[in-house]
Design a protein around this ligand. Structure first.
Ligand SMILES: Cc1cc2nc3c(=O)[nH]c(=O)nc-3n(C[C@H](O)[C@H](O)[C@H](O)COP(=O)(O)OP(=O)(O)OC[C@H]3O[C@@H](n4cnc5c(N)ncnc54)[C@H](O)[C@@H]3O)c2cc1C
Length: 423
């Protein structure tokens, strides 16, 4: 039997594309697939790829269904900065007897490295479209080359070129909310001030007066205590890790007077501070937030400097717009040899942390449909997958949108008293 030639246009962090690859290859005794992965980047380290991720039960089960045991055994390596004997940064999943099943990964950067093991990615292949013919699907690349396949899976993220051609009417919806994220190393005196005003919850939201809100996530284990990080900060003062996110209505940046360069972290940080001063009352909470933004790196670190970043990776400090895609927002969706997976089909904002979880479920369900379906007719297999994927991910997208809107609404309606309510 000739193997199916499936082209997956995807890559790197793309958890969906890589897990689909593993799921199809690991079951080759059942059915043989010739899976190729194309990535627009020229190498794995081209771009920063790692946010913290939370995997839920559905995502974990699908991930384990997809990957071979050699990769499953490596998954605990994608847990950020374990501190042996002090505190575990992991979630333990056990069976009903309490026996450990898995410690799910929580670092997307390291998870990508693990999922890439043994995958022959074809780098520097930016897909610009495709052509469906009687022979199959010709995938077209920016460098002028093209490749023939039986099935094309577009796992190429929120700006998917495959989606743009297959379903041009399925567009990302802009929330009108801009978000800036930064990881910082916070000295104890500033952390003490934050805790005094806002309590010691490790996850904190503060709602502003005019549709802006902040999200803080921190650790109270000093950076110096970690066994794999003995580097001292400039002073002897203890430092802690903290992730900052600031969200605000996009329309505030629409005036011509606003000059922010997203390639210049200093100008983005300055804009966040300016908005914080303008939109929030002068008080201790505002002062602490300004102090935290002051700690954000004003220039992008070099590769060697990244090692000293609080989370050992650098998340470029730039403005990002919250957007999502609802795959049920269009009535006509024709199933054919070209399909979509992950954010390409159903991007959702990160507020509930469901994007990667859905990408793993897509890979699991699509691979099962292809492995168990009729060898003669692959389209019904793809249709089965697409029907399930659209319903499931649309519901999760809806939940994420609602949560985001609630935060924005409470931010504009609770007003000045909101920071107190958070305690
Ligand atoms: C701040 C933040 C926090 C998040 N936290 C969580 C969380 O806690 N839990 C969770 O489940 N999800 C989370 N997410 C969502 C998650 O990151 C995404 O849903 C997930 O990465 C989507 O995976 P994917 O497989 O669709 O592809 P992507 O990760 O979008 O990757 C697409 C790949 O395709 C490549 N590509 C793009 N265009 C082309 C082209 N034309 N040709 C070739 N290659 C191309 C890209 O270079 C990239 O490598 C978070 C997202 C953000 C921004």
């Amino acid at each position: 039997m000739n193997p199916y030639n499936i082209k997956i246009q995807t890559a790197l962090v793309s958890p969906g594309g890589l897990s689909l690859y593993h799921a199809l290859i690991k079951n080759k005794e059942k059915k043989e697939f010739d899976v190729e992965i194309f990535e627009r980047d020229s190498a794995p380290e081209d771009r920063w790829q790692g946010y913290h991720i939370t995997l839920n039960a559905r995502g974990i089960v699908s991930l384990l269904n997809c990957v071979p045991s050699s990769i499953a055994l490596n998954l605990p390596k994608a847990i950020l900065n374990p501190i042996p004997d002090v505190e575990s940064h992991r979630i333990m999943v056990s069976d009903d007897t309490g026996s450990a099943l898995l410690q799910p990964p929580n670092n997307q950067h390291r998870l990508r490295e693990i999922l890439l093991e043994g995958v022959p990615v074809r780098w520097d292949k930016k897909c610009i479209g495709y052509e469906e013919t009687k022979e199959g699907v010709w995938v077209k690349f920016e460098n002028g080359s093209r490749e023939l396949c039986d099935i094309l899976v577009g796992a190429d993220g929120i700006n998917s070129s495959v989606r743009n051609q297959k379903l041009p009417e399925l567009k990302p919806l802009n929330y009108g909310v801009t978000q800036v994220n930064a990881n910082v190393s916070v000295p104890k005196h500033l952390m003490d001030r934050l805790i005094k005003v806002h309590g010691n919850s490790l996850v904190q939201e503060t709602l502003g007066l005019n549709g802006d809100w902040t999200f803080l996530l921190f650790r109270l284990i000093p950076i110096e205590q970690e066994s794999d990080d003995k580097k001292k900060n400039d002073s002897d003062e203890i430092h802690y890790r903290l992730t900052l996110a600031y969200s605000y209505p996009k329309k505030l940046d629409e005036s011509d007077d606003i000059k922010v360069d997203d390639n210049d972290p200093a100008s983005v940080i300055e804009r966040v501070k300016e908005l914080t001063r303008k939109l929030r009352p002068a008080n201790e909470m505002t002062d602490v937030l300004l102090g935290l933004w002051e700690l954000a790196p004003k220039t992008s670190p070099t590769d060697s400097e990244k090692e000293n970043c609080p989370f050992k990776t650098y998340n470029p400090i730039q403005r990002r717009e919250l957007r999502d895609i609802d795959p049920l927002s269009i009535t006509t969706w024709t199933s054919n040899r070209i399909t979509l997976l992950g954010d390409a089909a159903h991007a959702m904002n990160p507020v509930l942390g469901l994007g990667t979880n859905n990408a793993f479920q897509d890979a699991d369900i699509l691979s099962q449909a292809l492995l168990n379906g009729s060898s003669e007719d692959l389209i019904p297999c793809i249709q089965k997958y697409e029907n399930e994927m659209r319903k499931r991910s649309s519901a999760d997208k809806e939940g994420s949108s609602k949560k985001s809107s609630q935060v924005a609404r409470s931010s504009t309606t609770t007003g000045r008293s909101s920071t107190n309510k958070c305690r």
